[in-house]
Design a protein around this ligand. Sequence first.
Ligand code: SF4
Length: 174
Amino acid sequence: MSGTPRAWPRPTRPRLSPRAAYGIAPLLRPNPLYRRVAAWLERRPRVLRWFTAAEERGKEAMFGCRMCGQCALPATGYACPMTCPKQLRNGPCGGVAPNGDCEVYPGVTCVWVTAFERAEEAGRGADLQRLQRPIDHRLAGSSSWVAYWQGRDEHLWTPDGGLRLTPTIFRGPR
Ligand code: SF4
């Protein structure tokens, strides 16, 4: 992650339409080639830094990504929950205005309202019922693509509403 301090999170409406985001997602799914690339990158810290910087630039422009390192986008309508000023990963706080505006930034739509609208538009509204597990803040600034391709992101959220399953604490790589 770049060394400059970042401004407070501000709800961000993604530049990519839901149709485009869900359409591109299968192209990034882990496969043996991506796994090899990820492993190769992890053996070369300098190249990994370049790759991570490119990921940050692209995802920040597209989604307002804040490089939490454990990407929730596929389960949140491709709206980044880390752009919530309270960084809530399991839905909105109680302060959302009746018109859907953020409590902290009046005039700006709550990112969870955006997430719900986008997921619904793509026929993926049920994704919003999943429970996002607590994230490991030590991974902030790392490449979530590399983690995804290495299979480290598999337990970030429950497969369903989560109420039938015992929540698992995500412990990150060892
Ligand atoms: S990596 Fe984290 S901060 Fe970046 S888009 Fe995904 S959820 Fe948001």
